[in-house]
Write a protein that binds this ligand. Structure first.
Ligand code: GDP
Ligand code: MG
Length: 177
């Protein structure tokens, strides 16, 4: 069949959550546009960005939602979560405080969306090795206890960025197909 006859079979809404300045917008910029902003402000946040992915030969569209900085005021609304089937819960490995917030974000996620939303815990800024405040072991333990996938990423050097998004999308696909 021809290109334009090909239907889009899957559209998955995925939300980025986590404390301010952990790198959510840059993870999305790196994933969707292969860009990085060294001094990004919350203004670079788009409402959402749609990324086509090939999963098992099927075209899957990941509609990835980013905050416009409202997480700073703990004012992420229920509309943001509505219909989400996946989530990347991001903390900054160089700021312990952002890891301590993970439980609160999980509560919020489960309050506003389905309990079964596929979630990956993402320790971003893995390039900042010398400033590390959260070990891989404790993050893994938390992820295991909460039934989350886990990966460390760097939006700066690109490591694991595609893998983190793919992990969520592949699992959603596996569940729904
Ligand atoms: P958000 O508030 O969670 O969306 O965070 P941003 O994406 O706006 O990033 C906050 C700051 O962290 C910016 O100055 C980014 O350049 C920086 N940043 C984001 N990701 C990384 C990363 O992987 N490594 C390093 N070193 N800095 C990053
Ligand atoms: Mg942002």
């Amino acid at each position: 069949r021809s290109e334009d006859e090909q239907t889009e079979d899957y559209l998955f809404k995925i939300v980025l959550i986590g404390d301010s300045a952990v790198g959510k917008s840059n993870l999305l910029a790196r994933f969707a546009r292969d860009e990085f902003y060294p001094n990004s402000k919350s203004t670079i946040g788009v409402e959402f960005q749609t990324q086509k992915m090939d999963i098992n030969g099927k075209e899957v569209k990941a509609q990835i939602w980013d905050t416009a900085g409202q997480e700073r005021f703990r004012a992420v609304t229920s509309a943001y979560y509505r219909g989400a089937v996946g989530a990347l819960l991001v903390y900054d490995i160089s700021r312990r405080q952002t890891f301590d917030s993970v439980g609160r974000w999980l509560n919020e996620l489960h309050t506003h969306s389905d309990m079964n939303v596929v979630t990956i815990l993402v320790g971003n800024k893995s390039d900042l090795k010398d400033a590390r405040e959260v070990t891989v072991a404790e993050a893994k333990a938390l992820a295991e206890a909460q039934g989350l996938f886990f990966m460390e990423t760097s939006a700066l050097d690109s490591s694991n960025v595609v893998a983190a998004f793919r992990t969520v999308v592949e699992e959603i696909y596996r569940i729904l197909s």
